[in-house]
Ligand binder design. Structure first.
Ligand SMILES: [Zn+2]
Length: 462
């Protein structure tokens, strides 16, 4: 116990100091009376817990006694609600909100519908508007970080910063002219400029996003791998997503897409591979050996009728797996909370075994597992001292959340996006009482709605 200078002086002077108080530490924000789901190594859950935040970081996590240690500028009484790490959406295309619900049941959709539509419609302005809507939707449903691949990623970055959400953003590189590149593979030059612009940003991690093994040639895949090494940035890639991709790579190169990607130098610890539906035991071993992160996108995969990624086998092998919504043209919503139940239930169904994919493992993939997949586990994904203050508060007073015997069960099988009432990212409160504090949501919605008539007209011709 330290005495304040004044108290010390009084004590020395023998003037009868009756009260000696411990000096309290300063915090910017205290969250008290919380059911803290830490997602730390021991999966500690603290009833009546407190979290102290100073600047962008978590200063303390503990029981009610922590409250006594701090003098806080602001206090939030969680009222017994769940406080947990913000979720990490490890794969999406946020700007595609402008296309949500178009051509949903069209076969061979990517080539016959999406690519031609994007060529006609996508520009910097509507990428920004779509990304704003997407970022708003993600934050309101409990994501505090998202991983995005698209065109004009500098616009997505500005949208993410406006909303105040953390993002790993990969500029798409593809083997034909794209909305932001007149030449095939022009995305690489665009990406280099984008990476320079956002190199030191506190919310944005710029990345390279080669589209897929089947939309680029070998030489350019290798060039992207070299650029990623040189620039020290993550690489985002669609991998082993369809049977057609498997057949194409097998015919051309007599190997699996995972093996093929390894031969061009892309299969590294910096890779976040989306989908990985058609991978076998050898592929999984190779992914583990190379430290690849996997984004599992169950809702998108169900809707497209693609297949079930062998995630149980990946987890068993020790591969880092996070969860993703995929783009809003694929999964239609960017709702991470809604994804949790699907993830647990589909794997149980696929294995005809209710024991597999327990709720706790699903919450792990949505938080610290996703952080590991994107190599940010030292900064985000769990509530621990020194980590960035990215967290959400989930209402436990909703009708469907009562009673709550098991917090992981409640989150996975019962909670809804709307139960997220508070969101803090990088120490900043972004959502209070389910209201976004950073942008005018009505304007964000209007800005997208004015685009839709023209988009619908163009889509009719496809
Ligand atoms: Zn995708």
């Amino acid at each position: 116990m330290r005495l304040s200078n004044a108290a010390l002086a009084l004590a020395i002077l023998g003037l009868g100091v009756l009260e000696v108080r411990a000096e309290s530490r300063h915090a910017d924000l205290l969250i008290e009376n919380a059911r803290v789901v830490t997602m730390d190594e021991t999966f500690r859950v603290i009833e009546g817990g407190t979290i102290a935040i100073e600047g962008t970081r978590i200063l303390a996590v503990g029981g009610g006694e922590v409250s006594q240690e701090f003098e806080a500028a602001q206090t939030i009484d969680a009222g017994g609600d769940i406080v947990m790490p913000g979720m990490i959406n490890t794969h999406t295309h946020a700007s595609m909100t402008i296309f949500r619900g178009l051509g949903d049941d069209v076969p061979d959709r990517l080539r016959r519908f999406i690519f031609p539509l994007e060529a006609m419609v996508v520009n910097a302005d509507n990428v920004r508007k779509g990304a704003l809507l997407g970022a708003v939707e993600m934050v309101l449903s409990g994501a505090t970080t998202f991983v995005d691949m698209y065109y004009f990623e500098d616009e997505v970055a500005r949208a993410a910063k406006t909303v105040g959400v953390r993002a790993i953003l990969g500029e798409t590189i593809i083997g034909f002219p794209a909305p932001d590149a007149k030449e095939a593979y022009g995305g690489l030059a665009y990406a280099k400029k984008f990476i320079r612009e956002f190199a030191d940003d506190d919310l944005i991690v710029p990345a390279l996003a080669p589209h897929a093994p089947y939309t680029m040639d070998r030489e350019h895949l290798a060039e992207v791998a070299g650029a990623a090494r040189e620039l020290g940035v993550p690489v985002l890639l669609h991998l082993s997503e369809t049977q057609a991709e498997i057949d194409h790579i097998a015919t051309e190169f007599q190997m699996s897409p995972v093996e093929y990607i390894d031969t061009v130098g892309l299969l590294t610890n910096e890779l976040v591979a989306a989908h990985c539906i058609f991978v076998d035991g050898d592929d999984i071993e190779l992914m583990k050996a190379k430290g690849v992160g996997v984004s599992h996108n169950i809702v998108s995969n169900i809707k497209a009728g693609k297949g079930v990624a062998p995630v149980l086998e990946m987890l068993e092998a020790g591969v880092d797996v996070g969860l993703g919504t995929d783009g809003p043209m694929s999964g239609n919503t960017l709702d991470m909370m809604g994804l949790l139940g699907y993830t647990a239930k589909l794997h149980k169904l696929a294995k005809l075994d209710r024991r597999v994919m327990p709720a706790k493992d699903v919450v792990e993939m949505a938080t610290i597992g996703g952080a590991r997949a994107v190599n940010m586990e030292d900064r985000i994904g769990s509530l621990e001292v020194g980590k960035l203050a990215d967290l959400i508060i989930v209402d436990t007073d909703s009708v469907h959340m009562i009673p709550m015997y098991d917090v992981y069960s409640a989150l996975v099988y019962a909670a809804k996006a709307h139960d997220v009432h508070t969101v803090i990212i990088n120490g900043q409160q972004i959502v209070r009482n389910r209201e976004l504090l950073t942008v005018d949501v009505e304007k964000v919605k209007r800005d997208v709605l004015v685009l839709t008539e023209q988009i619908a007209k163009k889509a009719e011709d496809l």
